[in-house]
Design a protein around this ligand. Structure first.
Ligand code: PMP
Length: 423
């Protein structure tokens, strides 16, 4: 089906398509799961913020790797080990291209966004934070970008400062600027809110943080799937994201960090592959990225991630334009439903709509949508402080990917109309 060559170039079905016109029907054909039925209904998958579906080329890459190429990397002199190592390192270059990183070694393979943030908090945090230093977070952070900082703050005596959100779901930038001071060592902010879809003004945040002498970690878990990322143009010090939200396999994540910053950080986990010399008199460590990749990694996952990122990148800018059309149309359709309140109305959003339907519990809405084959997420979306700030306990979240259609928006709206009538 695909000309799979793990070491050389791959032919990507949709990658060769016209960059501006976006043929959603053709793209959907790349995703086998999208032709599934849920009961009698076609699957309407609107839970992409939690995890995206996978194109055949990613699924086939994993199968092909285990079928024809598997061996442990970086260790063997034999052919299979060389092939696996070459494919693994090629993926790092694909990640670097996806992020427009200056060098591939600035891209560290981790398990997910959560592990990438824990790595920075444990390693950079322990080495750099002192009593009274400040870490600036926002009220809209995912728990993964809150709890690791709380733990390292407890260990070091650092203090967490929080940027509040407006009722529309944007950051209070006046407060952000006022919070910055010579005590600020790090600003850790989400690029895009997973609960609301808000795109944050990260250029402004990074410029201001750098002027105050602080580093910036961008949580790119939600931005990386929706529009092209350029870490050099952003001047981000760290950028983290998860493979599984960008059409790649689960169990893979990326930590991008500027080379000089990563190189000055102590190891996070230790063991094989990350050492130079081990001696009971003292052990020395390898340079980046290996210093942060202890033990046998998820080789198949890394290779498939590279393929996924090339696939997604090749769909731009058409994919983003299509998603913005889905957002516009879904906002229009859902706003017209009596009693439906959209939570998060920032002017700049990705294709995510959180909402409440009258006084119907989000869990009930989600369960009834599922009966129509529509997959959404309900609850606090791992952003309990944000829910508290907005005075709610949770929402229903429909999150769209480039393979969703206007017809699926119609299905969602029709199903919500039915639920409204029932209640
Ligand atoms: N940050 C944000 C903004 C997210 O949306 C998510 C996933 N919902 C995470 C972090 C954590 O990602 P993972 O579970 O893949 O580590």
């Amino acid at each position: 089906m695909f000309a799979l060559n793990l070491v050389g170039n791959m032919s990507v079905t949709s990658a060769t398509m016209d960059k501006v016109t976006f043929d959603v029907k053709r793209v959907r054909a790349d995703f086998p799961i999208l032709s599934r039925k849920i009961g009698k209904n076609p699957l309407t998958y609107l839970d992409n913020g939690a995890s995206s579906q996978k194109p055949s080329i990613v699924i086939e890459t994993i199968a092909s790797y285990y079928r024809d190429h598997h061996a442990n990397i970086h260790r063997g002199v034999h052919r299979l080990s060389e092939e696996a190592t070459t494919a693994y390192e090629k993926s790092r270059e694909q990640v670097a291209r996806f992020l427009n990183a200056k060098e591939a070694r600035e891209c560290v393979f981790t398990r997910n966004t959560t592990e990438s943030i824990n790595l920075v908090a444990s390693s950079w945090g322990a080495a750099n934070l002192r009593e009274g230093d400040e870490i600036v977070l926002s009220e809209m952070e995912h728990h993964a970008n809150i709890v690791p900082w709380q733990l390292i703050a407890e260990r070091t005596g650092a203090v967490i400062r929080v940027v509040p959100v407006t009722p529309e779901g944007t950051l209070r930038m006046d407060v952000f600027h006022a919070l910055l001071s010579p005590k600020t060592r790090l600003v850790a902010i989400t690029h895009v809110s997973n609960s609301l879809g808000t795109i944050n003004p990260v250029r402004e945040i990074i410029d201001a943080a750098h002027k105050a002498g602080a580093l910036v970690l961008l949580d790119g878990a939600q931005s990386s799937a929706h529009f092209p990322i350029d870490v050099q143009a952003l001047d981000a010090d760290f950028f983290v994201f998860s493979s599984h939200k960008v059409c790649g396999p689960t169990g893979m994540g990326i930590l991008y960090g500027k080379a000089d910053i990563l190189n000055a950080m102590p190891p996070y986990q230790s063991g094989g592959d990350m050492i130079r010399v081990v001696d009971f008199a003292g052990t020395t460590f390898r340079e980046i990225p290996e210093r942060f990749e202890a033990g046998t990694p998820h080789i198949a996952g890394a290779i498939a991630l590279g393929v996924a990122l090339d696939y997604v990148k090749a769909l731009q800018p058409g994919a983003h334009a299509h998603e913005q059309e889905l957002l516009r149309y879904a906002t229009e359709r859902l706003s017209a439903i009596p009693g439906l309140r959209i939570i998060g109305t920032a002017p700049e959003k990705v294709s995510v709509i959180s909402f409440l339907l009258g006084s119907v519990h989000p869990l009930d809405v989600g369960t009834m949508l599922d009966a129509d084959g529509i997959a959404v997420r309900t609850g606090h979306h791992c952003t309990m402080p944000l829910m508290k700030a907005l005075g709610i306990t949770g929402t229903v979240r429909a999150s769209f990917a480039f393979y969703n259609t206007l017809e699926e928006v119609n299905r969602l709206a029709a199903s919500l109309e039915q639920i409204r009538k029932m209640f």
